[in-house]
Design a protein around this ligand. Structure first.
Ligand code: F6P
Length: 544
């Protein structure tokens, strides 16, 4: 009988040995040494094409990663995830966002309780409501059609729907969907500017319905509706989406769409959390998003590990972070409509896997989630890509490429840049090459010598390309589900709980205490000198 703990420890040792052996390997040389490399490290999954052949793996390194995935119990953990077991151990919850996008007739269970009938019922309710608002059958208090939606929520109750709307909205939408997240009143003020309460729907989204920012913004929106509808009921204008429906009703929501605690906040865009998008985009688009994600779920559940897109993406990250010491990753969507993808991924990955203890509470001994950041291409090229090309630190890059971003034609001026970046990162340019180019262009030899080191690129920097033909709802659903499962696989390999977020709690508690001090007129004795001085300064008279 094999011992899982020992197997895992041995797999990590083999991983470390393979990483040490390949530390100076050149990616370009791997193509020559291994003619199957592109075929092995590229694949089609749920309508997406992935190319991981420009990653830093040697063949042996890749094999060591696969062995590590197997030894980490990935197959069993994946079955536990889809089977609705309590994979979120610290909160005793199942994690079943996959059930939200499963086709009608599925039979999913959370901690043994059947959930699919309820999922279908809420979906049907959302669809009927979306169609009623769009057709004008559901109107505001004064009988007018809704022309605008203000979606109020933060974190997972904001980033997913915001990304979906930006990615899929028509150029001239019939419903003007706006988002408010920040507790800074300026955010709400901007969102409400130009809107008429009689034709505006406010959708308050909060899993817990206790989040300070969301409740403050919801109060402001409620007051704005009440003032604008002078004496008439705001019920038809003020909708809640939550896993705590009793709290939403007590808050004054006229109608509530519910989801369950087995839907994590950052995994919730497949639920009624995206009600605003379902209304503003239409049901067909939302259903397409669910279908694309379900196709990726099937791929993740069924494909062998070595041909499994989320698994390969996760292994590339683990190899970079733990094998080669790379503590950041940049994501560059080459599509303006995907400009929110980096912020969405920051929450998905860093809130899920920014952890320092194993599932059993013992401290981790390896790095976990890298810093994830990015900007759409080509904008990022003119900002931080300098460091990616020539900084001393290697930052793996991920290019999400859409062939046709606008209209029928393939946008080659856009994606040519993504391809060129991947090439440049991998190939680099030696100082000798830089010098020869300058001499050929007529530069004096002394000047060419002086400039050559500045104009050289180290190269051998890894990247992944994810390609889709068009940014359809299906392709977007598949892409986001790909990242969700990648995040899960990394959590399994790091043996951490990807589904809790205790790290956000302390700041919330301390902010409340500071507000209590503000209400009491000044810093209490318990504040440290620095925080006390900052507070006095901020409470002081305005500098005008
Ligand atoms: O503070 C972090 C967090 O709990 C996220 O995990 C969550 O997505 C966000 O706050 C919003 O929470 P809620 O949906 O309960 O308002």
């Amino acid at each position: 009988m094999s011992d899982p703990v020992l197997d895992r420890a041995q797999a990590w040792s083999a991983f470390d040995a393979a990483a040490a052996a390949s530390a100076s390997a050149l990616i370009v040389e791997q193509f020559a040494a291994d003619p199957d490399r592109l075929a092995r490290l590229s694949l089609e999954a749920a309508g997406l094409y992935l190319d991981l052949s420009k990653q830093s793996w040697t063949r042996e390194g890749f094999e060591a990663c696969l062995t590590l995935a197997q030894a980490s119990g990935l197959v069993e953990r994946r079955a536990a995830l889809f089977g609705g077991e309590a994979v979120n151990e610290t909160e005793g919850r199942a994690v079943l966002h996959t059930a939200l996008r499963a086709p009608d007739g599925a039979d999913d269970h959370a901690l043994g309780e059947p959930v699919s009938a309820e999922v279908e019922a809420v979906r049907a309710e959302m669809k009927a409501y979306a169609e009623a608002v769009r057709s004008g059958a559901a109107t505001g208090a004064t009988g007018q059609r809704f022309e605008a939606i203000v979606h109020v929520g933060i974190g997972g109750s904001d980033l997913g729907p915001r990304l979906v709307w930006d990615a899929l909205k028509p150029l001239d939408p019939t419903i003007d969907l706006r988002f408010v997240a920040n507790i800074d009143p300026r955010d709400m003020a901007e969102a409400l500017t130009g809107l008429d309460p009689e034709t505006t729907l406010v959708v308050v989204v909060s899993k817990t319905f206790t989040t300070q920012e969301t409740l403050a913004n919801a109060e402001a929106a409620k007051a704005w509706l009440a003032a604008g509808l002078s004496g008439q009921s705001i019920a038809a204008h003020f909708i809640g989406v939550t896993a705590a429906p009793e709290k939403a009703a007590a808050f004054g929501c006229g109608r509530t769409f519910a989801f369950r605690d087995w839907v994590g906040g950052r995994y919730s865009l497949w639920s009624a959390v995206s009600l605003s998008c379902a209304v503003a985009l239409g049901w067909e688009a939302f259903q397409g998003l669910l279908d694309g994600a379900a196709a990726m779920d099937r791929h993740f559940a069924e494909a062998p590990l070595e041909r499994n897109a989320p698994v390969l993406m996760a292994l590339a990250q683990v190899w970079n972070v733990d094998g080669l010491g790379r503590s950041a990753r940049t994501v560059a969507p080459y599509a303006h409509a995907l400009r929110r993808l980096p912020s969405f991924l920051q929450q998905l990955e860093m809130e899920s896997n920014g952890k320092r203890v194993h599932r059993d509470g013992t401290p981790v001994t390896r790095q976990t989630c890298p810093v994830v950041f990015g900007e759409p291409g080509t904008n990022g090229q003119h900002a931080f890509f300098q460091q990616i090309h020539q900084g001393p630190q290697t930052v793996p890059a991920e290019f999400v490429i859409v062939a046709r971003t606008h209209g029928e034609a393939t946008e080659s001026p856009l994606w040519a840049n993504a391809l060129a970046q991947g090439q440049a990162l991998m190939l680099g340019k030696t100082a000798d090459q830089a010098r020869s180019e300058m001499l050929a262009a007529g530069t004096e030899a002394a000047e060419a010598d002086r400039l050559a080191p500045h104009r050289a690129f180290p190269g051998n920097r890894p990247s992944t390309a994810i390609v889709m033909d068009r940014l359809t709802p299906q392709a977007l659903g598949a892409l986001l589900a790909l990242y969700e499962h990648k995040t899960f696989v990394e959590g399994v390999i790091w043996d951490i709980n990807s589904f809790d977020q205790w790290g956000v709690e302390l700041g919330k508690v301390l902010a409340k205490a500071i507000l209590t001090d503000v209400a009491a007129g000044g810093p209490s004795q318990t504040l440290d000198p620095s925080t006390g001085a900052l507070m006095s300064r901020l409470m002081g008279p305005s500098g005008d």
